[in-house]
Design a binder for this molecule. Structure first.
Ligand SMILES: [Zn+2]
Ligand SMILES: [Zn+2]
Length: 480
């Protein structure tokens, strides 16, 4: 048996530990920057497994790094563990029912995400022990992926600077190496301050902050026509100034999330929205304070690393689902009124081989995706954003998606939370762990691949290097 095969077996040996951590994190859903249980669970487990752990990474209490080995290359595995607000849901139940009304839930599968990467780290440690290869494996506990840009702040502060490559994954409903990009974004809060007054007796004395918010939103609606097609602008009124229409609202706050295909365009978009906010303040004789919340880069794909992941995914295959998993998945699909095969069909459309396309299309409406997608020659940008984007500009980064949920499950849905402890989710999680581990082992065995991946990254960025979109003085939004 090769060192690699033997090392990957470590994941089967430690399956109960890995699945136990995933379930425990599912049972304790924590919001971004408050992942105390998750961070503690991993830190204790890594110390018990003989890793060295650095806590409070870059001053963030729930960020940490666990490492094993010495010398180069240094390969980073990126883990997430935060949950989503308001998505509390009972496990395995085929109807929407929270465990705790208004509570958080793992609607993005980050309980599985971190645990799979933990599994990879254990297997890679075993490989380094057996092969006596030079190199260091690092597990990064990255807080607050959901709206907190944990990796963005860690990147800005240099946590990934000495990495030679980074690997990660995301739970999903397909088995594929993610060769696409994501959108860069800026999240900015606009705080308007006016003057309160009796809206009936002395409206002339009042200056409405709520009016300013509304005018800003109208201005932005007109802006939408004059941005490139891939841009996205979303907003939420955080504070409308009060509940009494008879009082002129002296304070109002609106939060904007602006996305664009690259950082330069996102920055330009943000500046135009800032101007609209200033214009709205001018029109209403109010003041606006512009608060920078967070930002992230678009993801830079890396074909060299993606090919290494693809080779391992082809060799190890998709998760091995059985009839029970398929029936379970189908019973959840029956509860979904928003299933769509459009995205899957679009990905299949990019596959150059006609026979392969036809084979993959047969699975379009299956309860679970059980085939492995070939590496796409097309680099599509998703309309979402990820804080992995910043890491991908610091060092070559690649990621996969693995089926851990029924085909067609919407992300951030109660169904995604409900299936998060199921046997099928665990099969997908463990398989993702094996594939990422296999790819990391290949990189340790052939450090020239790492150099090739770096050269590719430099070619894609024109050697520009990483410049964080987050200003130095902005602190992680830990209290939002
Ligand atoms: Zn998410
Ligand atoms: Zn996620």
């Amino acid at each position: 048996m090769s060192f690699k095969t033997e090392a990957i077996r470590e994941i089967d040996e430690k399956k109960d530990l890995i699945c136990g951590i995933s379930d425990s994190i599912w049972d304790h859903p924590e919001l971004g920057y408050h992942e105390d249980h998750a961070a503690r669970t991993y830190i204790d487990a890594f110390r018990a497994e003989g890793f060295e752990v650095e806590e409070d990474l870059k001053g963030i209490p729930t960020a940490f790094m666990a490492s094993y080995g010495h010398g180069r290359p240094i390969i980073g595995l990126l883990a997430e563990f935060d949950a989503l607000d308001g998505l509390s849901q009972e496990a395995d139940l085929r109807e929407k029912k929270p465990v705790c009304e208004g509570g958080a839930g793992h609607g993005c599968g980050h309980n599985l995400l971190g645990a799979a990467v933990f599994a990879s780290a254990l297997a890679v440690k075993k490989y380094l022990e057996l092969s006596k290869c030079e190199g260091t494996i690092r597990f990064y506990g990255c807080p607050a992926e959901e709206g907190g840009a944990g990796k963005g702040f860690l990147s800005r502060d240099g946590a990934f600077d000495d990495l030679d490559a980074a690997l990660t994954w995301h739970p999903g409903d397909i088995n594929a190496v993610s060769m696409g990009s994501t959108l860069a974004n800026y999240q900015i809060c606009y705080h308007f301050t006016g003057k309160s007054s009796h809206a009936g007796i002395s409206p002339e004395l009042g200056r409405s902050a709520l009016d300013a918010c509304e005018l800003m939103n109208v201005g932005v609606q007109f802006l939408r026509e004059h941005v490139s097609t891939q841009c996205r602008i979303h907003y939420a009124i955080l504070n409308s100034g009060g509940r009494a229409p008879g009082v002129v609202q002296a304070n109002a706050d609106v939060l904007y999330l602006m996305r664009a295909p690259d950082l330069k365009e996102a920055k330009d978009l943000r500046e135009r929205v800032d101007d609209i906010a200033r214009g709205a303040a001018l029109m209403t004789s109010t003041k606006v304070d512009i608060e920078f919340i967070k930002a992230c880069s678009n993801t830079l794909p890396n074909r060299t690393l993606s090919e290494v992941l693809q080779k391992n995914m082809d060799e190890l295959g998709a998760p091995k689902f059985d009839d029970e998993d398929r029936a379970y998945a189908e019973s959840f699909r029956a509860t979904m009124d928003n299933k769509s095969t459009a995205y899957y069909k679009m990905l299949v459309g990019d596959v150059p081989d006609k026979d392969k396309r036809e084979e993959l299309l047969k699975e379009a409406d299956a309860p679970l995706h059980e085939m492995v997608m070939p590496l796409s020659p097309v680099e599509r940008s998703s309309a979402a954003s990820s804080d992995v984007g910043d890491v991908s500009v610091v060092c070559p980064t690649a990621q996969i998606s693995m089926a851990t949920m029924p085909n067609g499950t919407a992300m951030h849905s109660w169904q995604e939370v409900a299936v998060g402890k199921s046997p099928l989710a665990k099969k997908g999680m463990l398989q993702a762990g094996r594939i990422i581990a296999g790819a990391a082992m290949d990189l340790f065995a052939d450090p020239d691949k790492v150099k090739e991946a770096k050269a590719e990254m430099e070619e894609r960025t024109g050697g520009a290097g990483f410049e964080s979109p987050i200003p130095k003085d902005v602190k992680p939004p830990m209290n939002r």
